[in-house]
Write a protein that binds this ligand. Structure first.
Ligand code: GLN
Length: 286
C-alpha cells in the first residue's frame, strides 16, 4: 500500500472519533514519530509503496487509535514549543494553549536576566523546560540561575527529569517532590508559573473521551466546591515576596472568579484569551 492509501484508511475508519483535519494531523504525527519520516517526505512520497514493516506499524497504530488512545500515548511524544517531550500515563499531554502561556512569559522577559523560575505542577516539565531552553538561547540565564520543577507525582517528576536532560542539559533544573497545598512558606522567585488542575466535575461531559481515559485525573480535576484552591494557595505563598510575578493557565469559565481572587489578595492582574478565544491565561503581580 502507499502512504496516501493508508491515510485514506485512517480518515475513513477514524471519522467517528475525530474531525477529518485532526485525523490527517494524527496520521502525520504517526509517520513522523514512528516511521521517522520528515514533513516533506510525507508530502512528496505519498504515491510510493511502503515497506511491509512501515505498513504494519501504521495499521497497528490505527487499531490503537480506534480504541481511543491519544496519538501521543502511542508515540510517547508530546510536541510542545518546538520540542519533543516524552509523555506517559503519569503526565498530562502538553496542550497548545499552554504554549501561549510560555510565549507570554518569554515576551515579558526579552533582554532581561533571570535568576530563578518555579514551575508548580510541572507534569512532563513542558512549561519549565521550554522556558529554560528559550531563556538559555536568549542568553538570559546566569550560571547560578535555577529552574525548579515541582510536582506531587514522583512518576511525573521522572518524566520531567528525562525531558529536562534531553532538551536542555546545560540548564540547571532542580526537581522537587512536594504538595503545594501543604506548603507553608515559599522562597521568592523571579517567575512563578503554574498550570494546576482546574477542570470541575460539572465540566467532565465537555472533555473528549481520550482526555478522560488517558490524562491523569490528578492533573485535571479539582473539587467543585473550591476550584481555585491551587491559585489561592500559590498567590498567598507569594504575597509577601518582594516583587511577586505569577503566571497561570486558567479555566476559561472561571476568569471572573480569578479576577476577584487577585483583587481580594491585593494583586494587580492581566487576563488573556488563547487563540481559540477562551480566557486562558493570567498574570498577577503587586
Ligand atoms: N486544558 C486541559 C484540558 O482541557 C486542562 C488542564 C488543567 O486542568 N490544568 O483538558
Amino acid at each position: 500500500m502507499t502512504l496516501r492509501q493508508l491515510r485514506d484508511i485512517y480518515v475513513s475508519r477514524l471519522v467517528d472519533l475525530y474531525p477529518e483535519n485532526e485525523i490527517v494531523s494524527i496520521f502525520k504525527i504517526v509517520c513522523e514519530d514512528l516511521l521517522y519520516m520528515s514533513k516533506s517526505d510525507i508530502m512528496i512520497r505519498g504515491e510510493e509503496p511502503l515497506s511491509h514493516l512501515k505498513e504494519e506499524i501504521l495499521l497497528r497504530s490505527l487499531e490503537t487509535l480506534l480504541a481511543g488512545t491519544p496519538v501521543q500515548h502511542i508515540t510517547g511524544i508530546g510536541h510542545f514549543y518546538d520540542h519533543e517531550f516524552k509523555v506517559n500515563e503519569h503526565t498530562l499531554i502538553p496542550r497548545q494553549e499552554t504554549e501561549e502561556l510560555v510565549q507570554w512569559i518569554l515576551d515579558d522577559h526579552k533582554g532581561k536576566q533571570i535568576n530563578s523560575i518555579l514551575d508548580i505542577g510541572t507534569g512532563s516539565g513542558c512549561i519549565g523546560v521550554s522556558l529554560g531552553n528559550a531563556f538559555a538561547k536568549a542568553n538570559s540565564l546566569k550560571s547560578s540561575t535555577k529552574i525548579i520543577l515541582l510536582d506531587l507525582s514522583k512518576n511525573a517528576l521522572q518524566v520531567a527529569a528525562s525531558n529536562a536532560e534531553a532538551i536542555s542539559p546545560e540548564v540547571n533544573f532542580e526537581l522537587i517532590h512536594q504538595d503545594i497545598l501543604a506548603t507553608e512558606k515559599l522562597e521568592p522567585f523571579d517567575i512563578i508559573v503554574s498550570n494546576p488542575p482546574y477542570v470541575r466535575e460539572l465540566e467532565k461531559p465537555e472533555l473528549h473521551k481520550n482526555v478522560l481515559d488517558f490524562d491523569p485525573e490528578m492533573a485535571l480535576f479539582v473539587e467543585n466546591e473550591d476550584p481555585l484552591v491551587f491559585y489561592r494557595k500559590i498567590l498567598e505563598l507569594a504575597k509577601d515576596h518582594n516583587n511577586p510575578l505569577v503566571y497561570f493557565e486558567i479555566n476559561q469559565y472561571l476568569s471572573k472568579e480569578m479576577k476577584q481572587l487577585a483583587i481580594q489578595l491585593d494583586y494587580k492582574h492581566e487576563l488573556r484569551k488563547d487563540l481559540n478565544g477562551n480566557w486562558r491565561m493570567m498574570k498577577c503581580w503587586k
